[in-house]
Write a protein that binds this ligand. Structure first.
Ligand code: LLP
Length: 454
């Protein structure tokens, strides 16, 4: 069976758009029957620019960046927020990150290239990845990135060789897997012992790798890094993991006489995808993290390290929505009602991959209650191709504009050209103005890399 069997008892919730609360972008409002974001009519925008279309509320993006910065800085002076660009990257968002004074996490040569293209300050870049290629490492080192997060012994040696060749000393972190199982989908748990990432604590592995790093030429070990997972609601995993990290820092100080100056606690704060979700706030997250670091350092008599935190999803997910046009309606009596949209798993793979749940509304009926249970299926040649499975929606008609909320993170960055689908354009909206920051792919783009002409 392609989709899970529909729950026959599921009832429409009769919510209208504004009842969706924390799921909505900051400036979402309903004027008449239309949904507006950033003062822009989503129905008109969809008709003007075509669908599928990713739309971002710029005020929301800036607000969350500023909220993170002040939530941490007000509690912990030596702190920085590093935006995990894997959640959402294009030139416009990197510029915004720069303007808002955040650092940038890149996890591949392409993300670094984007940062360089807009002149993002390289000293504010943190480079990630469990298998950075020698070429990517070379690009990062010659670009002068601030920190490279070392994920293996082999990589440590590679960085040393490349830095030596360029006559520089590269600042590095070591990625540690603290052995904490965060409460989230197994595919996005990254802090447990069995992980492809980093060094775990078993048999003093992490501890001896710290020694290796301290003794390796052309690298300077400035910090330790952890990232326990993503879409985390239960914050207690953070103090657990921070306790492990700070104990390691204390042991390094005691046995090697070296101070670890920086601690990067990764990202992972969950967000509201549905009206029922109750994620912790940015403030609560900052409180838990900074208190844990402070308490653990005090316990061990360590000076407070510079603290970095690396959110992706919680900075951008709720700012983004995806607009689609309804093309086909198909009701299978006693089974489910399919509403086919002009996108699908090519612009949002998360439903197929993680059974993610999204809230949809009809942007041209935004003031009406959601009286039906529908499945928003995509246009791809797979039965599992759905963006929304059995969720409430206003009564749908052909040509309605559907808006799916909270698609700002890991949608565009995980998009594909399956079935030759051009990837959607990206629009930033603010103060009644819309600007296309990434244009829609064309058919020519799809064939641009093909060298045989016939
Ligand atoms: N730092 C590192 C080293 C990471 O690997 C990640 C995410 C983050 C920070 C940001 O985590 P966030 O704050 O966004 O939770 N594709 C999945 C999520 C994968 C997360 C990968 N790493 C999804 O769509 O749910």
């Amino acid at each position: 069976m392609a989709l899970p069997e529909a729950d026959k008892n599921k009832k429409a919730d009769n919510r209208t758009t504004m009842d969706l609360g924390a799921v909505l972008p900051l400036t979402a409002e309903v004027r008449g029957s239309h949904l507006y974001i950033g003062g822009v009519d989503m129905v008109q925008l969809a008709r003007d620019l075509g669908t599928a279309l990713y739309v971002f509320d710029e005020a929301d993006l800036r607000f969350r960046m500023e909220s993170y910065r002040s939530a941490f800085r007000s509690r912990y002076e030596k702190s920085d927020i590093v935006f995990a660009s894997k959640a959402f990257i294009n030139k416009a968002v990197v510029r915004l990150v720069e303007e808002e004074g955040l650092c940038l996490d890149v996890s591949g040569g392409g993300e670094l290239a984007c940062a360089r293209a807009v002149g993002f300050p390289m000293e504010r870049v943190v480079v990630h990845g469990n298998n950075k290629t020698p070429q990517e490492l070379d690009e990062a080192i010659t670009a002068g990135v601030g920190r490279i997060v070392v994920d293996s012994r082999i990589e440590l040696a590679r960085i040393s060789r490349i830095a030596a060749r360029h006559g520089v000393v590269q600042d590095i972190y070591l990625r540690i897997t603290p052995g904490v199982e965060a409460d989230t989908h197994a595919y996005i748990q990254t802090g447990c012992e069995d992980s492809k990432f980093g060094f775990n604590m078993r048999d003093d592995w992490a501890f001896t790798c710290v020694k290796d790093a301290l003794e390796t030429a052309h690298v300077h070990l400035v910090g330790l890094h952890m990232h326990i997972g993503s879409q985390i609601f239960a914050l207690h995993s953070y103090p657990e993991a921070i306790r492990v990290m700070v104990s390691l820092m204390a042991r390094v100080k005691q046995e090697y006489g070296q101070t670890i100056e920086e601690l990067d606690v990764g990202g992972g704060l969950g967000i509201a995808y549905t009206a029922e979700d109750r994620p912790s706030s940015i403030d609560e997250f900052a409180e838990v993290v900074t208190t844990a670091v402070r308490n653990c350092c005090e316990e061990h008599g360590l000076a407070l390290p510079r603290l970095l935190c690396e959110p992706g999803r919680s900075l951008v997910a709720n700012a983004g929505v995806t607009l689609y046009t309804v093309g086909i309606l198909k009701t299978l009596p006693g089974i489910r009602k399919y509403v086919a949209i002009d996108g699908g798993m090519s612009d949002n793979i998360r439903t197929a991959l993680y059974h993610a749940v999204y809230e949809p509304v009809i942007a041209n009926k935004a003031d009406e209650p959601r009286t039906e249970i529908v499945t928003l299926c995509g246009k791809h040649c797979e039965s599992g191709d759905a963006v929304v499975i059995d969720m409430p929606l206003q009564h749908p008609d052909i040509d309605d504009i559907v808006c799916v909320f909270a698609t700002g993170a890991y949608n565009h960055t995980m998009a594909s050209n399956y079935n030759g689908q051009p990837r959607p354009a990206i629009v930033f909206v603010k103060d009644g103005e819309a600007r296309v920051v990434t244009r829609r792919e064309s058919y020519d783009d799809l064939m641009a890399r093909d060298l045989e002409s016939h």
